[in-house]
Design a protein around this ligand. Structure first.
Ligand SMILES: [Fe+2]
Ligand SMILES: [Fe+2]
Length: 213
């Protein structure tokens, strides 16, 4: 128990010191918001790329649509902070954009390599990879977005993540319902994956903290 709690606590402190630093400067804050937009966009794109087939359900379409909307939300929020912020996702329009991309790619590959070693139905491989990657990332998003939202509120910054947080919670519930149906060992697997994700998130956070003066 202590082993899993300890790194998370370190992450929380690192996360909050980074967030406090980032919102102090409008240029920096806009770049951070655009980086969150990129992560949401990668999520949405990945869902459509991997889950478009004869089984594509309403849940998949809703999920991809909501992640795309979150990407748009953060891009618009960047413009709220800095009116002339017009951007794509070029490196100079992001905060540690490459590290953000690496974080997502590593998460994806650690989930896939765990599932490859499992006894689970190979025909469900892509779907299970989607379910686990989403679950782990949504759990991380809840921590980041909730801390970030509290900070925005305390600084009277007019960006509110509450609706977005509710939608992420909804995704998490949907993923859990599917995972528990398809994987008898979901609890143990999720714990392993979350522990590994914690390490790669910490590396991403370390990169972000390099900008803190
Ligand atoms: Fe999202
Ligand atoms: Fe989500």
């Amino acid at each position: 128990m202590l082993q899993t709690e300890s790194p998370k606590r370190i992450n929380d402190e690192k996360l909050n010191s980074f967030l406090r630093f980032v919102i102090r400067d409008k240029d920096r804050h806009a770049l951070w918001l655009n980086t969150l937009s990129l992560l949401e966009h990668i999520g949405s794109r990945k869902i459509l790329l991997t889950q478009s087939n004869d089984d594509t359900s309403e849940m998949i379409l809703r999920h991809a649509t909501e992640e795309a909307r979150h990407a748009l939300f953060f891009k618009k929020a960047a413009r709220n902070i800095k009116a002339d912020f017009k951007s794509g996702y070029h490196t100079n329009e992001l905060l540690k954009g490459n590290s953000a991309k690496i974080y997502f790619a590593k998460l994806d590959s650690l989930v896939r390599s765990n599932l490859k070693k499992s006894e689970l139905d190979p025909f469900k491989f892509t779907y299970l990879a989607y379910l686990y990657t989403t679950t782990v990332i949504e759990k991380r998003a809840m921590i980041v977005y909730e801390n970030y939202n509290q900070l925005l509120e305390s600084q009277n910054i007019e960006i509110n993540l509450q609706n977005l947080i509710l939608e992420e919670e909804g995704h998490l519930d949907e993923m859990s319902a599917e995972i528990t149906k398809l994987d008898p060992h979901w609890e143990a697997r999720l714990e392993i994956l979350m522990e590994k994700e914690n390490k790669i998130f910490e590396r991403f956070l370390n990169q972000l903290n390099l900008i803190v003066a």
